[in-house]
Structures are given as C-alpha cells and as structure tokens.
Design a protein around this ligand. Structure first.
Ligand SMILES: Cc1ncc(COP(=O)(O)O)c(C=O)c1O
Length: 389
C-alpha cells in the first residue's frame, strides 16, 4: 500500500505552540493567559438566530460564495462603518473563518517562488499558508520601541523582483498594534509603486481602543489592490461558528470561491445565518465586550509594568499584551516553560510569532478580571515589583 506522505507535508509545520498547550494541559493549578479567543459567550440574539436556523430545518449547502443575506450584511456593515462599498453579488465571499479567506486568497494569488511579506511578530499561520501555496514568506519587522509600528522604509527595502504581495494585520496579533492612517497611506504608496497586492487581515477590526479602525482599502488609490479579510470570531465572540469573509476585486473573489468549492463547498449554513444577524442588528453587545476588554487592558498593562523585569506598551487593539521579559531570560521559550512549571501562569513565547518576538511573551486578556488579578498576584509574588528593587 502506498501510504507514504506527500512532499508537501514536510513543507508545512504544526504550530510549535502545541508544545505549550501540551505542557499546560499536564500542569494543574494554572492561571491561563495563552488563549486567543474571547471569553464571552456569543451574544444571545446571535445564538437565537442560529437556533432559528436549525428550527427552520432547511440546513443545506449554501451558494459557494455564501448566503445572499450574509454577503449583503457584510456589504452593509463595511459601507455603514467605513464607507467602503463592495457589491455583495460579486465582490464578497463568505468563507470558513478569516483563516479560510487567507488560505484561499494565497492559493488564488501565489505562483511557486513568489515572495509574500508578513509582519514579524505576526500570526504564525501566515508562514505556513504562504508555504503551502508554494510561496516564500519574507518577514518585515515591527518596531518594539515604537509600540510595534511598521517602518515603511524597512518594508520597502525587503521588496524584490519576486515580491507579489504583503500581508498587513491591524489591529494586530500578537502585539495589539494598530497601523495609523499615515502609515497605511505610506504602505499603500509603496505597494502601488512596486506593484504589490495587499492582503489586509482585519479580523480584530471592532476590538480597538480610543480610536476608530481604518480599513487599508480606504487608503488605497484603487481599493481593488487590497483584499479585505474579516471575521465573526473575535468581534462577536463566534470563534466556533467558523465564519469570515473576503471582500475585493471580483476576479479574485471568483477564484477564492472556486477554491472554496474544492475544499469545503461553502461555509456553514447556521453560522452564516447567525453572522448575518450579528452584522445587521445593533452592535451594543460588541461595544460592551470592547469596553470590558478596555477595562482589563488598563488594569493588566499597568500591573504588568509594576512587576520586576516585565515591560510592555499598551496595545491599541485586539486583546493581547506583548511583554518584554528579556531581563529575566532572553530565551522566551525557556521563560514560558519556567512560568508554567514554577509560577503556574501560562503565556505564549514571543519568538513563535517571528524572530523579533525573541525575549517577549504574549499574554491574552480575553479572560475575567478575577483571573487577571490572580495571575498578577502570582507574578508579583514570584518576581517582586520594581518598587522592591
Ligand atoms: C490575526 C488573525 N487573523 C486571523 C485569525 C483567524 O480567525 P478565524 O477564527 O476567523 O479563522 C486569527 C485567529 O486567531 C488571528 O489572530
């Protein structure tokens, strides 16, 4: 029997973070900050919408590009919130999460050997999906001293003949950085100058503090040079529904839909019905969640900065703090394991998001104030505070 695996399997890796999850699952009494998903229950009106979809009983395949009602909901939301106009019939596809949209977009865009720029630190999956599409990931550094902002000159210096596209992510995972309007304009300018396509991962667009999200497509001279990717997961606490979208040029959307027809046929019917309600109905549940994240952010950042050898800037979006722990140990993997085993607190090693993350760890504050408080007390007890030293 020829059951030996394809060459492709050795090109793509599982996330090394699995090692941390395994260690955490074996260690009792942990205070957990590694989880990258909302701790809130999906708002009740969204759950009710999914129940009614089930009660209707007409749970079949949907069109490959998604239910009309869900595409229209995405289109209306993008128009109402940002003044971005996309035709729901041809310029929007509903996908299996933002992950599905990213995966299919790279399949549709990348030829073997094409280089794709991605942020470092950045969502680790980017590297693997670029490689799986036979592309080459090229990391552009975010600048730790400047709250992980982008340096457009550095990005430009990494562009080669082979560079096809750039992935940008704002608000960003793992640093919670937000690319400001001026930087967005500069990125769009260099992309136009060098003929680069922009994949804008805006999965956290509603989780932003003290400012309003600006979609990259708004800053492009031609919005069709940008593929906007969004998600129900974080904005509406719907990670398990697995619904996201891609909005952009109709030729690219058609190819994304073609590849979706091969991989999953369509996104889940019940999830699409629920997402349409999430997008159409009033947004106050999301506002409440973001207010609570903001309260936690203020507490957590201020308390973490009091701990000896812990230094972090305040994130402008998402629900992560990226903490410099290099005074304790420049090896963030060893530090994470130490934290789990000795302090009974979990986090994610920064270098799993890219080389710039070396000496940092990511804490998620998508957890209750009680858990944040418990973790802070453990850390203070173990490491002491800056006032003590
Ligand atoms: C930056 C970023 N993009 C995309 C995703 C995937 O989101 P989804 O659940 O919509 O697939 C995540 C998930 O953590 C993320 O952090």
């Amino acid at each position: 029997m020829k059951n030996n695996l394809s060459d492709r399997t050795s090109k793509v890796k599982f996330s090394p973070i699995r090692e941390i999850f395994d260690l955490a699952s074996k260690t009792p009494g942990l205070t957990r900050f590694e989880v990258g998903q909302p701790d809130f229950a999906t708002p009740i009106h969204i759950r009710e919408a999914s129940k009614s979809a089930i009660d209707e009983g007409l749970i079949g395949y949907t069109p490959t590009n998604g239910l009309q009602v869900t595409r229209e909901a995405v289109s209306k939301r993008l128009s109402a919130d940002f003044g971005l106009e996309y035709d729901p019939n041809s310029e929007i596809a509903i996908t299996v999460g933002a992950s599905g949209a990213l995966y299919l977009a790279l399949r549709a865009l990348i030829n073997p050997g094409d280089e794709v720029l991605r942020p470092d630190p950045g969502f680790a999956t980017y590297d693997e999906i670029i490689k799986d599409a036979d592309g080459i990931p090229v990391k552009y550094p975010l600048i730790p001293d400047k709250t992980f902002s982008v340096d457009v000159k550095v990005i430009e210096s990494l562009i080669s003949e082979k560079t096809k596209a750039i992935i940008i992510n704002s608000p960003g995972n793992p640093c919670g950085n937000v690319i400001d309007e001026m930087q967005l304009e500069e990125i769009m300018d260099i992309c136009e100058k060098h003929g680069l396509f922009v994949i804008s991962d805006e999965a956290y667009d509603k989780i932003i503090y003290d400012q309003k999200h600006v979609p990259a497509a708004l800053k492009a001279k031609d919005k069709y040079n940008v593929l906007t990717i969004g998600s129900s997961s974080k904005n509406y606490a719907m990670t398990g529904f697995r619904i996201g979208y891609a909005a952009g040029d109709k030729k690219l959307i058609a190819e994304i839909v073609k590849f979706q027809s091969l991989s999953s046929i369509c996104a889940d019917y019940v999830g699409q019905k629920a997402y349409a309600v999430a997008l159409f109905e009033d947004q106050s549940e999301t506002t409440k969640m973001v207010d609570e994240y903001n309260r936690r952010r203020q507490y957590f950042v201020s308390e973490l900065n009091k701990i000896a050898g812990f230094n972090c800037s305040s994130p402008d979006g998402a629900f992560y703090v990226f903490v410099d722990i290099s005074e304790h140990n420049p090896d963030d993997w060893a530090f994470t394991k130490y934290l789990i085993e000795q302090v009974k607190v979990t986090c994610i090693p920064g270098s799993s998001f890219g080389d710039v993350g070396k000496g940092f760890v990511r804490f998620s504050f998508a957890t209750s104030m009680e858990v944040l408080h418990e973790g802070i007390e453990k850390l203070k007890k173990h490491f002491g505070t800056k006032l003590d030293s």
